[in-house]
Structures are given as C-alpha cells and as structure tokens.
Ligand binder design. Structure first.
Ligand code: NDP
Ligand code: MG
Length: 397
C-alpha cells in the first residue's frame, strides 16, 4: 500500500472486526490507532496486547473499568475511554484516516456519524446505520467530504462493477439494474410448515458465511437482504425498482450490475469477508487478504432462483418500507432488532419476527427523517411498540 492506513476499528471484537485485524496483521503499512467493543473485555484485552493501539473505547462502563484495570499492569500507555462519547471520540481522532464501522445494529449509528462528520474514509459494514438514517448519513458524508466504501460483500461487489461516475445517476452511466445476490440462508428449502418451530441454533447456522448472531438470524429471515436493498439505494443513489434480489445458494457471485447494452458485470470470490475488507482498505489499490483464490472446478455449479416473498416476508417488508420512505426504514430496523433479540432469547418464535415488524410499521406514524432527533425518536417508539408485541406474543405462545 502506498499511503499509510491509520485505523479505528469500531466493533473490533466482532466477526468483521476480527477479520479486519487479520488483514491488518498482513500489512506493515497499516496501523491500528483505536479498538472498540461493548462487553467482551478479555477478547479486547488480547487484541490490545497484540495490536498496541493508542486508544481503546468500551461502550459498557463496567467493562471499560475492568479493561482499564487489566491494562494498567501490562500496557498502561493505552488510553481507555468509555460510553458512546468514547466511541465517538475514537471515530474522529485527528491521527486516524480510516474508520472500520463494524458495530452491529443501531448502536453503530452515532460513532459512524462521528466518523462521517470528521471527514474520514469510512469502511461501512454497519448497514443498520444507513437503514435507520440514510438521508442524513449520506448528507453528512457529502457535506464533510468523507469517503464511504462498502464492506458488505454484495455492495462491495456492486461498487467494483460500477463505472467511475455512478454517483451522477445510474441511468446516465448506462446501468439497467443492480442484481443483489442472496444465499437464501439456512431455511431456503425447508417446508413452510416447519418454519414455525425452528430454533435459534438452526437459524444462526448459515450455510456459507460465519457471522455474528444478529446478522445470521437476519439471513435466515432474509431481512438481511431487505436491509441490503435499502443500503444499496443509499449507497448507489437509486430506487428500489432498480434492485432485484437473485438467490444464488453458492455465494460465489457476490452481486452483479446489468447494463443497458446487455452486459452483466459480476464480482466473484470465495465467501470470505477479508476480500471486501482488503479491497476497501487499499482502494484504489489491491492488497493481499489471505483469501484462497477461487477454484472454478471445485465450485462447478452456479444456481439461481427468484426469492419467495411469502416465505421471506421480511424481504417484502423492507421493499415496502423503502418505498414509504421517511422513518419507515428506521421503524423496520428497530422492530427487527427487538424481534431478533427476543427470538435469540427464545421469547418468541421465528415467524413472529415479521409479524412484529409489520405491526410496528402499521401502528406507528411514518414521518420525514430530516433530523437526527426524528430518527432517534422513531427508533425509540418502534422499540417500545415491538417490545409490547414481544410480550403479547410471549403470553399467547
Ligand atoms: P458481531 O455480533 O460479531 O460483532 C458486533 C460488534 O459490535 C462487537 O465488537 C460488539 O462488541 C460490538 N457491539 C455490540 N453492541 C454494541 C453496543 N451497544 N455499543 C458498542 N459496540 C457494540 O457482528 P458482525 O461482526 O457479524 O457484524 C457487524 C456489522 O457488520 C453488522 O452491522 C452486520 O450487519 C455487518 N456485516 C457483517 C457481515 C459478516 O460477515 N459478519 C457481513 C456484512 C455486514 P462485544 O463483542 O463487546 O459485544
Ligand atoms: Mg451482505
């Protein structure tokens, strides 16, 4: 890499965080300035010893104190910060030029916004930030001349297949459609009658990718693809009718761009997040990621199918929310986070997830999402409503 990367990793103890550190460890020109987590003190401590950041920020106050105590004996020079303010501080440090946004869920919004306001190069994994507040977030990026590069494998693939000036408008540059691929998750072929009783363990067992629990459940409901449709609209400045979801169970084609002359450009590779991470970190250059080259003779077959919107009601809800606009996608995201958490704790069943989201979208007022206050208020209201629905479902199950 020609220029030095000075990195803050928001969510370094997660799956994306660990994959990022793996890529970092392969490149001397990449320096970790700050790491962050929520509660996983021991893992964060080990990362501090290995990568020697200048700062570490822990969202949970008690976990921050524990970490500070441990570091006092072994690495007292590392500055420990805490709470959301601590996360925002390390996302905006002067000595940092690149921020990996890999906190899961709405918790990632404020620190990722802080990185945008500070004009950083943002490697965006935290799709929920865009789903919650796409308009505001993109405004901050533009206004502060931040650079936004997608880490989500599909969006990274689309980015790689886009012409240089796609921001001028997809039609202008000859794009006909974005083809967003999806694996279909672990329940693609399961009998509909059996979905009611699937367990969290079955839902998080993704066939192709190793991921955190929340995104794994989102993949099983296909809400992940729904969030990605919304994410793609914001990243590529387009509307939902330009985005078609294509189920491709092998997860080798990571997405495609179809052009008006009939050409379709695709990005392929083994399903390993280190490829999009390395791509975005080094862009516009290319660096080693540690990922095995793709062996076409081993893959042998590519399959494609249309998603079944009845089986995957969450995907339908996401399309509808994006069409509604305003705070609809904020509500969708918040209700989904509450429902997924309740499902993981076995408080509700798998099929209650789309029901709770639909109820939240039907009951709450959808307003323009023009200020952060409006977005945070919609997020709060949706969480309260979804939690009431969880309690109701729990009692009736
Ligand atoms: P994980 O659950 O593995 O990791 C989440 C990270 O966020 C952890 O570091 C966790 O800290 C931290 N975190 C959780 N809650 C909070 C909070 N309240 N405040 C501050 N930090 C918090 O998730 P993934 O790595 O799988 O996913 C991260 C993001 O990347 C998600 O938005 C996901 O959609 C996206 N993504 C992930 C992909 C993947 O392959 N995993 C692919 C594409 C996108 P702690 O460990 O202490 O709990
Ligand atoms: Mg993805």
């Amino acid at each position: 890499m020609q220029s030095e990367i000075k990195l803050t990793i928001l969510g370094s103890t997660g799956t994306i965080g660990e994959n990022t550190l793996d890529v970092v460890s392969r490149h001397a020109s990449c320096q970790v300035i700050a790491l962050t987590a929520n509660t996983q003190v021991e893992k964060l401590y080990q990362q501090c010893l290995q990568f020697q950041p200048r700062y570490v920020a822990v969202a949970d106050e008690a976990a921050a104190s524990l970490l500070a105590e441990k570091l006092q004996h072994t690495a007292p020079e590392i500055i420990v910060l805490s709470g959301v303010a601590g996360l925002e501080t390390v996302a905006a440090l002067d000595e940092v030029n690149t921020v990996m946004a890999a906190i899961v869920g709405a918790a990632g919004l404020l620190p990722t916004l802080a990185a945008a306001r500070a004009g950083k190069k943002i490697l965006l994994a935290n799709k929920e930030a865009l789903v919650m507040s796409g308009h505001l977030f993109m405004e901050e990026v533009r206004h502060n001349k931040a650079t936004l590069l997608p880490i989500d494998s599909e969006h990274n693939a689309i980015f790689q297949c886009m012409p240089e000036h796609y921001a001028d408008g997809l039609q202008q540059v000859g794009v006909n459609k974005i083809l967003l691929t999806a694996s279909g998750g672990p329940f693609r072929t399961k009998a509909l009658s059996e979905l009611k009783n699937v367990t969290p363990a079955q839902a998080v067992a993704h066939p192709n990718w190793v991921m955190g629990q929340k995104i794994s459940v989102d993949s099983a409901t296909m809400m992940n693809k729904g969030l990605e449709v919304i994410e793609a609209c914001w990243l590529f400045n387009t509307t939902v009718d330009m985005i078609e979801v294509v189920i491709h169970p092998q997860s080798i084609i990571h997405s495609m761009v179809s052009y008006k002359d009939g050409s379709v450009l695709a990005q392929l590779g083994n399903p390993d997040m280190r490829t999009p991470i390395a791509h975005a970190m080094a862009w516009p250059e290319r660096i080693e990621s540690g990922v095995e080259p793709l062996d076409f003779f081993e893959v042998a077959n590519f399959e494609f199918e249309k998603p079944d919107m009845q089986r995957f009601a969450c995907l339908r809800l996401a399309y509808e929310a994006m069409k509604s606009g305003g705070t609809a996608t904020t509500i969708l995201n918040a209700a989904n986070e509450v429902a997924v958490d309740a499902f993981l704790k076995e408080r509700i069943g798998f099929l209650d997830i789309p029901q709770i989201i639909e109820s939240s979208l039907n009951h709450l007022n959808i307003e323009p999402a023009t200020s952060l206050d409006q977005v945070l208020k919609a997020d709060q209201q949706a969480r309260l409503h979804a939690e009431e629905e969880v309690l109701r479902n729990h009692r009736t199950n």
